[in-house]
Design a protein around this ligand. Sequence first.
Ligand code: NAP
Length: 271
Amino acid sequence: MNTIDARTLLYCVFGSPVGHSKSPVMHNMLFAEYGMNAAYLAFEPEDVKSGIAAVRSLGIQGVSVTIPFKEKILAYLDEIDEQALRMGAVNTVVHHDSGSLKGYNTDCYGAVAPLRRFGIAGKRVGIIGAGGAARSAGFGMIREQGKVTVINRSSEKGKKLAAELDCSFLKLEDMDNREFDMLINTTPSGMYPNTEQSPVPDHVLRPGMVVMDMVYNPVETRLLRRARQRGCHTISGIEMFICQGAKQFELWTGIFPSVDKLRQAMMKETV
Ligand code: NAP
């Protein structure tokens, strides 16, 4: 336990719902690990405007931002990092000593970092889904020179994201005849309690393919289990979660924490 006293610095996550968030466990563990007099709580503000007013008046040092506030929060910040501005989404707020609030996006880093060791440049990358998580992964993979295709259930949303990313689009049901080197699931398919769902049929999973699932509850989704059984390299959503969180912690404290330690701690928390 961190010791709380009159000098304890406060950090938090804003989301709705936020009860399922693993961010408080991760950041409180890091504050304790690095001997910092700081605490991290989860809040569900009525709206983003009142949440940001509280950050300013209470001197909250940093905020993680999750659904549904990632886009709306931009209007209430003093500065926005160039990449977050391009993505139109902020998942991290830093409250500077000057009083200025600056927004960043570490989701993009979180999506890319676990895949770097496989080499991304020139790889055919299929991103399944077309929401905010797909946009983060898409921006990141294109920046790393991956050849990205947005694969989505509904054409309208999928085509819109593909146009925004300037990449190709494929309807989810048309995946059979296309080959990919990397597949990234950014849909909630397979997430607890729907653990027997998978966004794609098993036969599209080919040996040697790299398959990452952003879902981290369960740690091994049906998609990852089938991919492993079919000879793919698999990466759990926990990896993205800890990488985006590690980057967030660095923005707040200047320390980039040990990803191995974070992984061990988060594996105990996630079944
Ligand atoms: P979102 O904006 O609601 O987008 C969801 C997308 O998934 C939509 O394109 C939707 O397709 C598609 N979809 C939903 N259910 C589907 C199903 N059963 N089969 C096929 N496609 C389906 O959500 P988001 O904000 O992008 O988040 C998506 C997931 O990523 C969530 O599970 C979230 O927890 C996870 N995530 C994880 C991390 C991490 O750190 N690991 C970070 C961010 C997000 P349609 O357009 O056809 O409706």
